[in-house]
Design a protein around this ligand. Structure first.
Ligand code: GTQ
Length: 355
């Protein structure tokens, strides 16, 4: 038999004899690992996810047209899916996460349902709408971070006077990877409003827990993390000198019952970048969706630079070097599958990158 000396990690040469054998065994439904080993187990992540920016100035008029085209009731959810160009038609912002921009017009409701996929909402524009989760309503304000945990009944409504828009983040691709998706419609359009507004936040959001509380669920008992509180924290941490060379002042949203992320599959973050910030490059294995809350700046992702302003949304793929710069003081919200990766022992980061 003919053999050739090959460097470790190189594919064996494709001889006519081998080629003939590969073709023959393919008919039996098997394939040689050595032809694909480097592709399926690459030396570092080679994500299909592409860096991309969605400019709100371009999307807002389209979203408002959708507001005239059909009702929230007809649509069930009136959402523009933010498609990663690498996954056209697959409803993915990254390999593992879905993102969308949802609109609810004054007087509308989006009917009640529950699904295995969990959702987060990050409010982009408008006030006067609410989300209800398991009997409690919360009014939505720009910058609020709201949870819809797995299999919890939820509906949205807008008794106010302005259109309200938020970014949805769901773990749909993760749930579908496991083939574990279910959805159930509530018998009525709106679920009964049985718990006073603000109850969850009062109960779990003040560094107190009810005396007999036990953390039996996988998600946070808080379902609205209001921007007013988050923003104060960022300011105070900045005044107190918190400053990471890559991230500025960066905090993660926490589940107060166990210190972990708010939901088991999706983690969320908020960071303040001061005026004139020029960060060091950073990378991590969790592809991340960013929503610009305030300010103006630029983010370099791999070899590309994206200029952003408030309400824009951009995507950073796994392991791509990312560097932020600002013109004015800026705040970035972001979400990723980091808790899922950490739970499975997969997550890695490099900060700053040793180039
Ligand atoms: O608000 O329940 O963007 O079920 C996609 C699926 C939002 C929602 C989405 C959903 C929802």
């Amino acid at each position: 038999m003919e053999t050739t000396a090959v460097a470790h990690g190189q594919k064996p040469a494709l001889t006519p004899e081998r080629k003939e054998w590969y073709a023959r065994i393919a008919t039996k439904g098997v394939a040689p690992l050595w032809e694909v080993l480097n592709k399926i187990i690459p030396p570092h992540p080679t994500p299909d996810t592409l860096p991309v920016i969605f400019r709100y100035d371009e999307l807002r008029p389209i979203l408002m047209e959708a507001g005239r085209l059909l009702t929230a009731m007809e649509a069930e959810r009136r959402v523009l899916i933010l498609e990663n160009p690498a996954f056209r038609g697959q409803s993915k912002a990254t390999q593992s996460l879905y993102a969308g921009l949802q609109l609810i017009m004054p007087g509308e409701i989006a009917p009640c349902h529950r699904h295995v996929a969990c959702a987060l909402r990050f409010v982009v524009e408008g006030t006067g709408a609410y989300t209800a989760v398991e009997g409690e309503r919360t009014m939505m304000h720009p910058g609020d971070f709201i949870l819809t945990p797995s299999w919890t009944y939820h509906d949205h409504g807008n008794p106010g006077e302005e259109p309200v828009v938020w970014m949805d983040g769901l773990d749909i691709p993760i749930v579908n990877t496991f083939d574990t998706s279910f959805i159930e419609r509530y018998p009525d359009e709106v679920q009964p409003h049985t718990i006073p507004e603000g109850d969850a936040y009062a109960r779990y959001g003040a560094n107190l827990l009810p005396v007999d509380f036990e953390a039996t669920r996988k998600h946070s008992p808080i379902f609205n993390y209001p921007y007013s509180r988050t923003r104060e924290t960022l300011d105070e941490m900045f005044r107190n000198g918190m400053m990471h060379p890559c991230h500025g002042v960066k905090m993660r949203y926490a589940n107060p019952a166990n210190g972990w992320y708010p939901m088991p599959t999706i983690g969320a973050f908020i960071q303040l970048l001061p005026k004139g910030f020029s960060g060091q490059p950073y990378r991590a294995t969790d592809s991340t969706v960013y929503s610009v809350v305030e300010g103006k700046g630029r983010t370099r992702i791999g070899d590309e630079t994206f200029t952003w302003k408030a309400k824009d949304i951009f995507v950073v793929p796994s392991w791509a070097p990312v560097t932020h710069e600002t013109d004015g003081e800026s705040v970035l919200f972001s979400f990723s599958d980091r808790p899922a990766q950490k739970t499975l022992g997969l997550w890695r980061e490099e900060a700053p990158i040793n180039l």
